[in-house]
Design a protein around this ligand. Structure first.
Ligand code: HEM
Length: 449
């Protein structure tokens, strides 16, 4: 028989809504404490939170056709439009087919070289702060991930466009504000955050137009393009002939790739370097592995599988701080999940942040313990207990590139440098479109012992 999942009592709703504004991670945890399936009714709106691997599998993979992208991403559509991350159905399928080959295994060698070179530059840049005051490591790794994305995916130099990282922050602030107020503040109101949002969007579109114009000119000169940017240019022109429509699609696609590809990887690196600073023995083991595998050279693609402990460290950091902390969906038709009824048009949330800290799935879940990702331990766990890259057809298209970046950069930085947070510093997770670190990551730099 199909039952309704349990939910909080009506009197608890004002408290839950307040938490949505000030403590979204706490709210998700409170919801999960009520059970593996929870239903919250807000007037006619229904919201379900599922916190079991098999329920997640049903929503993300087995019956994924019934679940389109939901809360938060709907708001993000104001800038990402119908790009790959936010689109659904046939539009999504065509875009995925266009972009996927840019990530095919044959390209990984070239990508590895670009990541390694950018990693070498990052180490030099951080070293310039040796003996000086703290530097915001999160800002520096964000610059790195943008640079890598430009070189590996867009065949363009993004370092000339420093404004991009800041513009993304502004856009996300607004998307979150809209999510929290559920779109009740009209976007045309002349409020300062709306003005900042429009300015930021203009800037992102300006950079996108420049990149497209440059790449198109090189394509017209006969330069072949296997990279993601030339693929989306060709695909957009096939989809529509009207120049305005093509321009809109290209802006949305490109801004999507930039957002999806750089913040997530920067967040992974920020949390990994922070956790390593807090755990000297694990830091020493990463350093030892990097010295044994790499000596004093830059990594290449063949080193990836040999940096196995560093890989486990990055995986464990993404367990505690999954950059994509929630996977929001909207049910298209009514459905049944684990025997519970889900109504049509309901919002459905799968929350990696909460699932990754569920004590029924992870022993002593708050502890940073990379050995959880040793092959046998992974084989003993349900596959859907760990979802840093999502699952099913919407699985992250750039997971290999993101993982390689995180592992190479963690190895290089830890081998060469000792990064320390300033006394009294504690990182606070800020759940925006990705799990950011509020206020950045100020660290002092010295040479590794
Ligand atoms: C460690 C870094 C990364 C993490 C943790 C991550 C995580 C994710 C997750 C969880 C999703 C699924 C979202 C959902 O189902 O709602 C996703 C999708 C996506 N990611 Fe990543 N990602 C990372 C790196 C990258 C990179 C480097 C790129 C390159 C551009 C990228 C591009 C995308 C795109 C385009 C999608 C949408 C795919 C689709 O819907 O078909 N990501 N990512």
């Amino acid at each position: 028989m199909r039952a309704d999942p349990p939910g909080p009592p009506v009197r608890a709703l004002p408290g839950l809504l307040r938490k949505l504004a000030v403590d979204r991670l706490g709210m998700m945890k409170d919801a999960a404490d009520l059970g593996d399936a929870v239903r919250v009714s807000l007037g006619p709106k229904k919201l379900y939170v599922f916190n079991r691997p098999d329920y997640a599998k049903h929503v993300l993979a087995d019956n994924s056709a019934n679940y389109h992208k939901g809360i938060g991403l709907v708001q993000a559509r104001r800038v990402l439009g119908d790009g790959l991350l936010t689109s659904d159905g046939e539009v999504w399928r065509a875009q995925r087919q266009a972009v996927q080959p840019a990530f095919k295994p044959g390209r990984i060698n070239r990508q590895a070289d670009a990541v390694a070179e950018e990693g070498g530059k990052l180490v030099a840049l951080l070293r310039a702060h040796e003996g000086g005051g703290p530097v915001d490591v999160l800002q520096e790794v964000t610059g790195l991930t943008l640079g890598v994305l430009g070189r590996t995916l867009l065949d363009s130099d993004l370092t000339a466009h420093e404004s991009v990282a800041h513009a993304f922050e502004e856009v996300q602030d607004q998307a979150m504000l809209e999510m929290v107020t559920q779109g009740m503040v009209p976007s045309w109101l002349p409020l300062p955050p709306q003005a900042r949002f429009r300015r930021a969007r203009r800037e992102l579109y300006r950079v996108a137009d420049l990149l497209v114009a440059d790449r198109s000119a090189r394509m017209a000169d006969g330069e072949p393009g296997e990279d993601g940017l030339s693929r989306i240019i060709v695909a957009a022109r096939l989809r529509d002939r009207r120049p305005e429509q093509v321009r809109r699609m290209l802006r949305e696609e490109l801004v999507t790739l930039l957002l999806a590809g750089h913040e997530t990887t920067a967040s992974t690196l920020g949390w990994t370097l922070y956790l390593l600073e807090r755990h000297p023995e694990i830091r020493a083991a990463v350093r030892e592995e990097a010295r044994t595998v790499l000596g004093d050279r830059l990594p290449d693609v063949s080193d990836l599988h040999r940096l196995s402990y560093t890989t486990m460290v990055v995986q464990e950091a993404m367990r505690l701080y999954p950059p994509v902390w929630v996977l929001p969906r909207v049910a298209q038709q009514e459905d049944e999940v684990g025997g519970y009824a889900v109504s049509a048009k309901a919002d459905v949330l799968i929350c990696p942040y909460v699932m990754h800290r569920n004590p029924r799935l992870w022993e002593d879940p708050q502890r940073f313990a990379p050995e959880r990702f040793a092959p046998q331990a992974v084989a003993d766990r349900p596959r859907y207990a760990y979802l840093p890259f999502g699952a099913g057809p919407r699985f992250c298209v750039g997971s290999n590139l993101g993982m390689m970046e995180a592992v190479f950069i963690t190895a290089l930085v830890t081998r060469d440098l000792d990064l320390r947070t300033v006394p009294g510093f504690r990182a606070v997770a800020e759940p925006m479109l990705s799990l950011r670190m509020r206020g950045g990551l100020p660290m002092t730099v010295s040479s590794a012992p």
